[in-house]
Design a protein around this ligand. Structure first.
Ligand code: AMP
Length: 198
């Protein structure tokens, strides 16, 4: 049996949200929908979408809202997302929250929980430096990292207030071992009555 959970994981770049998102989605038997991964896969394959967004990603800018929202709507319309999903990296600003809310409301759905991974800026920068050395991501340059963290603070952090007003935000301390952090998230979701996949 698959559990039903519609989740969003939010946190600054380097907060570990990608890693934790995969772990949590696996335990709920739901797919991860990561806009960053979708863009990177398209860039790698050289698709028209990939060509359109390469320069934007390299600079650390945001892909236009309408295009990003359309991609997410298509992805969430696939069968495997019918009973739940974990969004990572979308919505990233208040306009995208409005797009998502409208889309989900049209299906009679809403997010169940927003997991906010909290990590100090210095720690994020240190982790991103490590990732740059390990993975060689083209947007993990010093300039692009600083720019992405600024966008996070100015555009993404405000979405927490929107979801906070709905009472669905779980603030999780993102400093600790991988297992400790997964445990904190699982406990917060369980407290909301979100059951694991059987
Ligand atoms: P991420 O892997 O989530 O850090 O995303 C990598 C890059 O993809 C970002 O720096 C943006 O250029 C782009 N991107 C990912 N998600 C979004 C989004 N929701 N809106 C706009 N651009 C995005």
């Amino acid at each position: 049996m698959t559990a039903s959970a519609r989740l969003l994981i939010v946190g600054p770049q380097g907060s570990g949200k990608g890693t934790q998102g995969v772990r949590i989605a696996e335990s709920y038997g739901i797919p991860v929908v990561s806009t960053g991964d979708i863009f990177r896969a398209n860039i790698k394959e050289g698709t028209p979408l990939g060509q359109q967004v390469t320069a934007i990603l390299d600079k650390g800018d945001l892909v236009p809202d309408e295009l990003t929202s359309e991609i997410v709507r298509d992805r969430l319309s696939q069968d495997d997302a019918a009973n739940g999903f974990l969004l990572d990296g979308y919505p990233r600003n208040v306009a995208q929250v409005a797009h998502l809310e409208e889309f989900l409301a049209g299906r009679g759905e809403a997010l169940d929980a927003v997991i906010l991974l909290q990590v100090p800026r210095e720690e994020s920068i240190a982790r991103l430096g490590l990732r740059a050395a390990e993975q060689g991501r083209s947007d993990d340059t010093d300039a692009a990292i600083a720019h992405r963290l600024d966008i996070y603070e100015h555009e993404t952090a405000p979405i927490i207030e929107v979801y906070g007003a709905k009472g669905i935000v779980d603030r999780i301390d993102g400093v600790g071992s991988l297992d400790e952090i997964t445990e904190r998230i699982s406990a917060a979701l369980a407290a909301r009555g979100l059951r694991l996949a059987a």
